[in-house]
Design a binder for this molecule. Sequence first.
Ligand SMILES: Cc1ncc(COP(=O)(O)O)c(C=O)c1O
Length: 369
Amino acid sequence: MPSRTVRIPIGKPDIGFEEIHAVDDTLKSGWVTQGKSVEELERAFAEYCNVKYGVAVNSGTAALHTALAALGIRAGDEVITTPLSCIASINPILYVNARPVFADVDPKTLNIDAAEVEKRVSKKTKAILPVHLFGHPVDMDPIMDVAEKYGLRVVEDAAQAHGARYKGRRVGSIGDVACFSFYADKLMTTVEGGIAVTDDAELAEKMRMLRNLGSDKHRKFHHPLLGYNYKMSDIHAAIGVTQLKKLDRYITRKRENVAYLNRELGDLDVRLPHEEDYALNVYYVYHLLLNGEKTRTIWFLEDKGIETRPLLSFIPEQPPYKREYNSKCSVAKDAYQRGFYVSNSPLLTKKELDFLASTLREALSRVRK
Ligand SMILES: Cc1ncc(COP(=O)(O)O)c(C=O)c1O
């Protein structure tokens, strides 16, 4: 694909003096592995989400794996989840040898639809794993109703939705446990990292053991559980503590960017990101669904220096999942085929936003039906 100088990269982390000082201080402190900064990040992030406990790990994927394992999800169990996400949302279901069952998404939000979830509940179903895609919260009340009706656990994947709200409540505070990613392109970062948050003390304790080789905290080198090495270092956590202080500012900027771009592009025949009445969307990226041929639009944008990405993955068609392809999920597939996204970085300048808006307008006006 022809690409000249990249003018609008898909994302870039906001690493400034504060983060550099935080890393410097940690390196000089004599303690660099999991320690005080990890505890501080766990406390502060749990408080931000309005939950009691945070368990920091070294990726969002590790958080999901740890959460599913701590809930006791295992071989023979089914977990109902979305077909449209980053594959990292779903892989942990296979890591615990359970079976993902895909339920189609709501065309308005691209998030898992509770009515579709209920249709797929079986005797083997143990959990629901909704993903707050692109920062828009899932309509959680109907999901929680299905969970209650059938006695299922709910694991929120909030990897792209730090700070988003559902009916005023922060995502992460609704299910049994919620998992966030702190990867470099996320709403806030520790470079690589993640966290699971919960109000359940027992679950939190089990996740703490699992992330550290299943270790008994009172007895050195005794391992009651088969655990993993998913610990976060204090170097990464120190960056996270700093970033968390900026998170609300990032969210404000992202929401302003989208308001501006939607105003500029609102008259075109394209589906733009939006927000349901119950939601505060944190707009992780700026995603669009076309009503016509997509490839030329992508080429046009890339040629002008605007990086694009596909609408993540339609998971049932990814090779590790083909044998699990248990329902059609036509809404998700259609969205995947029509969609792509560009940056919604809080660092975009007014000039860059103008360029993004005018180039998108030019590209979208050329879309052939
Ligand atoms: C929706 C979703 N879930 C899970 C993950 C996994 O996070 P990580 O990359 O930190 O493992 C990601 C991130 O890329 C994601 O976008």
